[in-house]
Structures are given as C-alpha cells and as structure tokens.
Design a protein around this ligand. Structure first.
Ligand code: AKG
Ligand code: MN
Length: 207
C-alpha cells in the first residue's frame, strides 16, 4: 500500500519523522531560498557531471540521471559494479560539508551528487549498504531545485512511505534506515523541473 506523507514531531533542530525501525530527521529549509538559488546555479554549471552506465546480464544501460563523486582521496566507493574514484573537494562542496558537519556533529568524507534533469530521471529502489559505508551508516541528503518525491519501502513489510524533498531540504538518514528500508526517487512523467541532490557520506577505508 502506498503511504501518505510521513507524520513528524517538531524538534528544535529539525523534525524527527515517524519511520518505524529507523531514525530519519528532516529539515524542510536547511538553506534559505536565496542561497538555494545560488547553489543550484553553481552546482549545475561547475560540477563535471558524468553519464555513467551500468551492466546487467551483459546489457549496458545509462544511469537515468547524471552523477559525480567527490571526497577525501581515500574515499573509494562503488555500487552495482560501478567504481567511483573521488575528485578533490571544490570550495563550494567543502563549504556544504562543513555546514553539515558542524550542524549535525557528524564526520563526512565524501559526497555523491545526482542531477535529475527532469521527471524522466530517477533512482531505482536500493539501500546504501555497501561495506565501505560501515554497518549502520548515517547519510545526509541535501536537495536543491524542483521538489521530488522520495519513497521508502520497508524490507520485510513492504509498506511505502513518502516525503517530498523540496529546494533546500535536508534529510538525515540515520540508524536503521539502510538496514530496514530501501529508498528511491520514482520517475514523474511530465515533470520538467530540474533537481540536484547531494548525499554526504562517511566512507571507511577497507583493509
Ligand atoms: O536523490 C535523492 O534524494 C536520493 C539519491 C540516492 O538515494 C543516492 O544517491 O543514493
Ligand atoms: Mn541512496
């Protein structure tokens, strides 16, 4: 069954969303509108966006969005067979990381950027549960531009919860989120607006 928008309890530092088995904190406007507009323009123009491909069963398909990976030089990451070599922090990305680390008191050493050019772009159901992220990752997800629906599906019960992530929103996927839930950005046919999302992570160096 598709869920309604998640209930929330307002906290001083954001809203703790009522998601069973997981900690999910939502800041509707982590950045103000003027700052968001400026950040969107810079990110769109200055990030070297890549069209990556994935290979499944001998068939190569383009990832349905553009991506980029930045981080400390040790933060090698990958998913579904795709290897991501980190590019060095730009001043703008380093500034966003600093804002998040200060506000959330959380170490973050890398960021995956996604540019959804319109409603035809998407990310399929997945959990960010690769070994390099550790057993219970905390991921800080910043959104800019057109609002898109972020869906979460419980791994056992299969119920779906939805959150609209608008311009300047921060969603902190905390303890339990990756273990018990999958998430996705579904396609939204007819939507022409663009969205840029940044998921800041901490990558552990593997032996
Ligand atoms: O665009 C989003 O809000 C989510 C992106 C995501 O799940 C990812 O980069 O792993
Ligand atoms: Mn993800």
């Amino acid at each position: 069954m598709q869920g309604a928008l998640l209930d929330s309890v307002t906290c001083e530092d954001g809203e703790q969303l009522a998601l069973p088995d997981a900690s999910l904190t939502y800041y509707p406007a982590f950045y103000c509108a003027t700052r968001c507009a400026e950040l969107f323009v810079h990110l769109r123009a200055e990030i070297p966006w890549q069209q990556d491909t994935l290979t499944f069963g001998g068939k190569t398909v383009p990832v349905p969005r553009l991506q980029a990976w930045f981080g400390d030089s040790s933060s090698h990451y990958g998913y579904s067979g795709l290897k991501l070599i980190p590019q060095a922090w730009t001043p703008l990305l380093a500034g966003l990381r600093e804002d998040l680390q200060t506000r959330l008191a959380l170490p973050l050493n890398s960021v995956l950027l996604n540019w959804y050019r319109d409603g035809a772009d998407s990310v399929a159901w997945h959990s960010d549960d690769e070994r390099e992220l550790g057993p219970d990752p905390v991921i800080a997800s910043l959104s800019f531009g057109t609002a898109r629906t972020f869906e979460l599906r419980h791994k056992q019960r299969h119920d779906v919860q939805k959150i609209s992530l608008g311009d300047g929103a921060l969603l902190v996927m905390g303890s339990g989120t990756q273990r018990h839930w999958q998430h996705r950005i579904p396609k939204q046919p007819g939507l022409s607006g663009e969205r840029i999302n940044l998921t800041f992570r901490f990558i552990h160096t593997m032996a």
